[in-house]
Design a binder for this molecule. Structure first.
Ligand code: 5AD
Length: 473
C-alpha cells in the first residue's frame, strides 16, 4: 500500500457564466486534462447506485472521461480505474457501498495500480470519513466535482488520495455531452440540486442548491437525442417541476420538449406536490406526447407529520391536487413515495397514511422505513423515536395494502388496449417483447412483426400487480 501525506482538499474553480456554456457545447471541456498519449488513457469502470439522477450522472462522467481521452469499459476485469457512483438517501444505500469497497480492496491487493474512487452523494456526505472506513480509496468526489475526474485520475497516481468536495451552485454541466447506452429512452437532467429542505432528506446537503439548465440548451439536447434514435425523453430533476430558467417554467418546458420533431413521448421525475401548477397539469392534459403518468411523492398521510417533514403542503392540499389531476386527466396513473416511522409518527398518524393510500389508490408506491441521516434537519432537531420493529410492521402493512391495490388496478385493464413503446425482448421468452404503456406499466406481448422503437396497441388479457400481458390488437 502507498504511503500517504495529509489529505489535500481540491477546490475547483467556478465554472464560467451561462453565456459561455453555449460556446463550449461539444467543444473541448473547461479545466479538463486531456490525454496526450495513448498510454495515459485509462479503462474506467463505473458502477451506479441509487436513483435515476445517478444513472444520468454516470453518463455525464463517461462523457467527461471520454472527452479527456479515457475509455469507459463494461467489464470490471479490464478496469484501471473503478468508480462507484453512490447514493446517500438511506443508511442501507451507504452500507451496500462500504461492503462493495471491502470486496474491491481484494482486487487492489492483487493490483496495486488499480484506482478506486467513490463519487456522488455518499462521497459528499461522508467526505474524508470515507477514507477512515476505507483507507485504500484513492478518490472521493461529490456531484459537483466531475469536471475534475480526468485530473484526479492523473493526480492519484502520485500516491495521495484526491478529494473534490466543493459544492458549486453554478455547476450544471450544460456544456458536457453525456455518453448514453443505446436504447429508446433517454434521461435528460434539466435541473440539479434541491432547495426544498425536507427535514428527513440529505439531498440538499449533498447536491447543493437548485439550478435549472436554460431551455434552449435543453431543446438542442433533445434534438440531438432524437437524431441518435431515442423516442422517449425523461426529464430529470430533484424537484423537477420547480424548473425555472428565469424565462420559462416547467409547463412551458414540457411543451417545448414535446414539440421537438421526432419526440414520441415525454415523462418526468420527480415532481414536488408544492409545484404541481396549472401549467404542469395543462401540459399533462393537453400535450399528446406527455405521458399520462405522474409520480407524486406523498411521504405521509398525516398533516402533522408533513409539517414535521417540512413538506410545505397539507394532506388536504395533496388530495386536492389528486382530484384535480383525475378530473382533468382521467386516465392518469399515479405513483408515490411513502415514508413510515418518521420522528414522532404515532399509530394514529400511520393510520391516516394507510387510509389516504386506500382512498387515493395509487397505481404503484415506493415505500420506505425512515432512516436517520446525519446532517439532515431531522437528525439535528427531532428524535428518531419509532422502533425498528414498529417501522417494519408499518411498512409491511402498507406494502400489503399497495400490492392488492396495484393488482386490482391492473386487472381492471383486462380487455382494454394500451399503447406500448417497444423496448426489447422479454426476459422470460425470446419470442416476446416488453415495453411501457403510456401509463408506465411494463407490458409483455408476442413480438409478431413489431420492431423495437415502435409504438403498438396491445390488448390486455391478463395481469399481475406489476405487469400487463397481452397481444397486439
Ligand atoms: N429515510 C427514508 N426514506 C427517505 N427518502 C428520502 N430520505 C429518506 C430517509 N431519510 C425517500 C423519500 C423520497 C425517496 C426518494 O426516498 O420517500 O421521496
Amino acid at each position: 500500500m502507498k504511503n500517504r501525506s495529509p489529505l489535500p482538499i481540491y477546490t475547483p474553480q467556478s465554472p464560467s457564466l451561462p453565456n459561455d456554456k453555449l460556446m463550449y457545447k461539444n467543444t473541448k471541456p473547461k479545466n479538463n486534462t486531456s490525454i496526450d498519449d495513448e498510454q495515459s488513457a485509462r479503462n474506467v469502470y463505473i458502477e451506479t447506485y441509487g436513483c435515476q439522477m445517478n444513472v444520468s450522472d454516470t453518463e455525464l462522467m463517461s462523457g467527461i472521461l471520454s472527452q479527456a481521452g479515457h475509455r469507459t469499459v463494461n467489464n470490471i476485469d479490464n478496469a484501471d480505474v473503478i468508480l462507484l457512483n453512490t447514493c446517500a438517501i438511506r443508511e442501507n444505500a451507504e452500507t451496500k457501498v462500504i461492503n462493495r469497497l471491502v470486496h474491491l480492496n481484494h482486487r487492489k491487493r492483487r493490483n496495486e495500480d488499480l484506482i478506486i474512487g467513490v463519487c456522488g452523494c455518499m462521497a459528499q456526505h461522508l467526505r474524508d470519513k470515507l477514507l477512515e472506513a476505507a483507507p485504500y480509496v484513492d478518490l472521493v468526489m461529490g456531484p459537483d466535482g466531475y469536471r475534475d475526474l480526468p485530473m484526479a485520475i492523473n493526480a492519484v497516481t502520485t500516491g495521495d488520495p484526491f478529494l473534490s468536495l466543493q459544492l458549486d451552485k453554478n455547476e450544471d454541466y450544460a456544456d458536457i455531452a453525456p455518453i448514453r447506452k443505446e436504447g429508446i429512452r433517454a434521461w435528460l437532467t434539466i435541473q440539479r440540486g434541491c432547495d426544498k429542505m425536507c427535514t428527513f432528506c440529505i439531498v440538499p446537503f449533498v447536491r447543493g442548491r437548485e439550478r435549472s439548465i436554460p431551455l434552449d440548451i435543453l431543446t438542442d439536447d433533445v434534438k440531438r437525442l432524437v437524431d441518435e434514435g431515442f423516442k422517449e425523453i425523461v426529464l430529470l430533476g430533484q424537484t423537477v417541476n420547480s424548473y425555472n430558467d428565469n424565462k420559462h417554467d416547467f409547463g412551458e418546458l414540457l411543451w417545448r420538449v414535446a414539440e421537438v420533431d421526432g419526440v414520441q413521448r415525454v415523462r418526468f421525475t420527480s415532481p414536488h406536490p408544492a409545484n404541481a401548477t396549472d401549467s404542469m397539469i395543462d401540459a399533462l392534459e393537453n400535450c399528446p406526447q406527455v405521458c399520462k403518468q405522474l409520480h407524486l411523492p406523498l411521504q405521509s398521510g398525516s398533516t402533522r407529520v408533513l409539517e414535521n417533514m417540512r413538506r410545505t403542503y397539507t394532506v388536504e392540499q395533496y388530495r386536492d391536487i389528486v382530484y384535480k389531476l383525475r378530473e382533468r386527466v382521467p386516465q392518469i396513473a399515479l405513483s408515490t413515495d411513502v415514508i413510515v416511522g418518521f420522528c414522532g409518527e404515532t399509530e394514529e398518524d400511520f393510520r391516516q397514511t394507510y387510509q389516504l393510500m386506500e382512498e387515493v389508490r395509487f397505481d404503484t408506491a415506493f415505500m420506505f422505513k425512515y432512516s436517520d441521516r446525519e446532517g439532515t434537519l431531522a437528525n439535528k432537531m427531532l428524535s428518531d423515536d419509532v422502533s425498528e420493529s414498529e417501522k417494519a410492521r408499518r411498512l409491511n402493512e402498507i406494502i400489503d395494502l399497495q400490492e392488492g391495490i396495484s393488482a386490482d388496478i391492473n386487472s381492471a385493464s383486462i380487455g382494454a388496449s394500451v399503447s406500448v413503446l417497444v423496448e426489447g425482448k422479454s426476459r422470460r421468452n425470446d419470442e416476446e417483447y416488453y415495453g411501457k404503456s403510456d401509463t408506465f406499466k411494463t407490458t409483455v406481448f408476442p413480438k409478431e412483426d413489431t420492431q423495437i422503437g415502435d409504438i403498438v396497441e396491445v390488448k390486455i388479457h391478463s395481469t399481475t400487480a406489476h405487469t400487463l400481458i397481452g397481444e397486439i390488437a
